[in-house]
Write a protein of this length. Structure first.
Length: 212
């Protein structure tokens, strides 16, 4: 085996590093995320609470929780590496539904990162108890989805049995559809007919010229 030269380096070779530099290699980063819904609100209280909880960096933004495109949340998650922790003050700052929360947690799991809520102490994947609670939550959410799916299917079957026609209603009346079919048979353009009737070209395009 050849001896290592002074220029040989590897990700796990910490020789020559100062203690502080070595710490940077092995310590996990704690990152905070703060959110308020309207411009009249301030995220300062959340930022202060997250800083007190040990967050080295806090991403904050003003955006409704119902929005799926939250720029600063994406940046916060993107900054995480394996072993890092994303922290929020409360779960409703991160997600507005169980499904939304589980989707974020799944993304963090894929990165090898962890999650903790300061006030919802049970939501903490850095502890075995917290991981168990969130696993149970995921199971309950899956059960709820299956229950809704089952009830929806049963409802559709009962409606069909009563003779109810399912699906989206036509934008045009029978007379209008007949008119469109005749005009298309005469060579009228889809664009013109859509403009005349105030519907999309796709709606007109679904009516064949041969329909009477």
């Amino acid at each position: 085996m050849q001896p290592s030269s002074e220029n040989d380096t590897s990700p796990n070779d910490y020789r020559g590093l100062h203690v502080s530099e070595y710490s940077l290699r092995i310590e996990r980063m704690i990152c905070g995320y703060a959110r308020v819904s309207t411009d009249g609100q301030s995220a300062e209280a959340q930022v202060a609470e997250l800083t007190a909880a040990g967050c080295e960096k806090v991403f904050s933004e003003t955006v409704s929780g119902t929005k799926t495109d939250r720029t600063q949340l994406k940046r916060a998650i993107a900054s995480l590496a394996a072993g890092d922790v994303l922290v929020v003050t409360r779960l409703d700052r991160l997600a507005r539904s169980t499904r939304d929360l589980l989707n974020v947690l799944a993304t963090l799991t894929e990165k090898g990162a962890q999650f903790r809520s300061v006030r919802d102490t049970w939501a903490d994947t850095t502890t075995p108890h917290g991981r168990l609670m969130l696993t149970v939550l995921g199971g309950l959410a899956e059960f709820e989805r299956e229950l809704i799916r089952s009830r929806t299917g049963e409802g559709r079957e009962r409606a069909k049995a009563r003779g109810v026609k399912l699906g989206r209603r036509h934008c045009l009346t029978v007379a209008q559809r007949t008119f469109v079919a005749q005009q298309r048979a005469n060579g009228e353009s889809v664009r013109h007919l859509a403009k005349v009737l105030g519907v999309s070209k796709a709606t007109i395009g679904r009516i064949p010229a041969s329909e009477t």
